[in-house]
Unconditional design. Sequence first.
Length: 233
Amino acid sequence: MSVSVMQTETLTDDQIESLLQEAETRLKAASSTANAVVPADDDEHLSLSERKPEFAKRKPIPRLQHNLNDRTAIQERDGVARLTPELLSTKQQALRLKSVEVKEQKSKDDGPVDAGKDWFNMPLTNITPGLKRDLQLLQMRSVLDPHRHYKKTSSKKSKIPQFSQVGTIIEGPTEFYSSRINKKDRAKNFVEEAMVGEKSNGRFKRKYNEIQDAKTSGKKAHYKKLMAKRKKR
């Protein structure tokens, strides 16, 4: 839009008003085109609006670390090759190389370690299969020797003592050699000693046969034994 200006020394009031109206129309046109999108290229578009452009939403491109050759992963210290935990890929791998100090936590419920001075500091019972069998055999000692009377226990189950210690009897210098047991006849524990005694007297086998005869009396097997005895006569 062209504006004709009079080449006179002064402007009239009508001319000034027309110039002001044209300036207002230009300002309105400029403000309306400021919010519009003007295509700059085929791929990208520029905008004069307040909203952020689309390239701001893109993820940043990772950058490479420089000066990596200055620090090596393996360094020699005092003639020993060691890894540098700072150059590892993850923090977890760096934590694995650190020495871990293990602290022993003592629980409040821990009991005494030994029986005390009155019982010669007897230690706690170390339960083993052999010791468990020996304790069960001591519980049934009245069966092994019925002619010797022992104090009856209240419970049938074998109780394991809290403190115990296994020892070996050593012969004194006053004992004569004939009163000692031969080395080949000595047993390592109570079970072996009971088996050796059974071989010598055969008491358990005899008692077993007596019980079987009492249970099978009046039956076919008992009748056959009686007939065999009559034939021998």
